[in-house]
Design a protein around this ligand. Structure first.
Ligand SMILES: Nc1nc2c(c(=O)[nH]1)N[C@H]1C(S)=C(S)[C@@H](COP(=O)(O)O)O[C@H]1N2
Ligand SMILES: [Mo]
Length: 327
């Protein structure tokens, strides 16, 4: 039955695009590019299968069984998720009312996944043994190839019309050139801190270190790439974590903010992580984490802890933390 196979294709498309969407937030180096591409291609699998789904849904709704509200909501939320994804690619609409376009996209995506689970509870979809036959696999491969082709065509079109969307980084983010145009961004609900720079100290390995001891003339050029969909390449001034940690031994380095926000880094990467006081030659503003923040080259923005209050070394493995901050 065509309907059952379409439904299964949509189910897989939904689940994989949810996972690759979350995974795309963790991509910080070009090696992770495929996760972002897979997110786009699986979204297109959903688009390609939707004409068939429309027929199935029309038939289903004519019978008005329980669960129709879930089904209609799912279709609406799915369409809105894809539409907001297109806005993110085009990069000209950064806000939708009080929310960023990315916040809207992620919220809709999570809702689509939840509705899919609810829908599945009412209308279970089952794999048959024949789904793994040569013929079925060729058919699934065909859908995937069509989605891949559509992806290439879409990227080509963006390029041809000179859209901003064709100049995205491998993470999907858009370029912000001027340091003065960098948005002040918090992961979830932190407030911008206004700290007393004349009497500020960072607690490093239990010892209070004055700002003057963190002053340096060393500059590092690094790319701040926010999961909100923008990146900027700037020059930052500060010291490497290695220098402030000396020979402290341990598995990981925990960096905390005055807000309670924190991230855990591998101890052996401390020579490539920075504690900075300046951005583009000027002291960090309050919004950008002043007086002192982390610069973590090759890692997405949520690693770049602002308003650093303490740095500790311990023996907990560096992966022992939520993959994305929870607050
Ligand atoms: N303490 C704290 N640091 C934080 C965050 C936060 O919410 N709290 N957000 C992070 C995120 S998601 C990003 S993208 C960068 C943004 O830095 P900016 O405001 O200088 O652009 O800060 C990071 N550091
Ligand atoms: Mo971010």
């Amino acid at each position: 039955m065509v309907g059952r196979r379409t439904n299964l294709g949509l189910l897989w498309g939904t689940v994989i695009s949810a996972f690759t969407g979350a995974g795309a937030f963790m991509v910080g180096t070009p090696a992770g590019r495929w996760v972002v591409v897979a997110h786009g291609v699986t979204a297109l699998v959903i688009v390609i299968l939707s004409p068939w789904k429309t027929t199935i849904a029309r038939r289903g709704l004519a019978r008005a069984r329980p669960g129709s509200v879930t089904s209609i909501s799912l279709i609406a939320v799915m369409l809105a998720t894809i539409a907001s994804g297109v806005l993110l690619i085009l990069g000209s609409v950064n806000r939708l009312g009080p929310f960023t376009t990315m916040q809207v996209h992620v919220t809709l995506g999570v809702a689509a996944l939840a509705l899919t689970v609810a829908h599945l509870a009412k209308r279970p979809a089952h794999h048959h043994r024949t789904d793994f036959s040569r013929r079925s696999l060729i058919r699934s491969g065909g859908v995937l190839a069509a989605a891949g082709g559509l992806w290439l065509a879409a990227e080509g079109t963006l390029e041809a019309i000179g859209s901003r969307g064709s100049r995205r980084r491998f993470t999907g983010s858009h370029h912000i050139i001027d340091a003065s145009a960098i948005p002040v961004t918090q992961w979830l609900d932190d407030d911008v801190q206004h700290l007393d720079r004349d009497n500020y100290a960072v607690t490093i390995l239990g010892r209070d270190v004055e700002l003057s001891d963190l002053e340096s003339s060393e500059e590092v050029e690094a790319t701040l790439d926010c999961t909100g969909g923008w990146y900027t390449i700037q020059s930052w001034r500060g010291v490497t974590l290695d220098r402030v940690l000396g020979d402290a031994k341990g598995e990981s380095v925990v960096v905390r903010s005055t807000t309670g926000y924190w991230r855990r880094f591998p101890r052996d990467q401390a020579s490539a992580l920075w504690l900075v006081t300046h951005l583009a030659g000027a002291p960090l503003s309050d919004g950008h984490g002043g007086p002192v923040r982390i610069v973590a080259p090759g890692r997405r923005g949520y690693w770049w802890v602002k308003w650093v209050s303490s740095i500790e070394v311990d023996d907990v493995p560096p992966w022992w933390q939520p993959p994305l901050p929870l607050a």
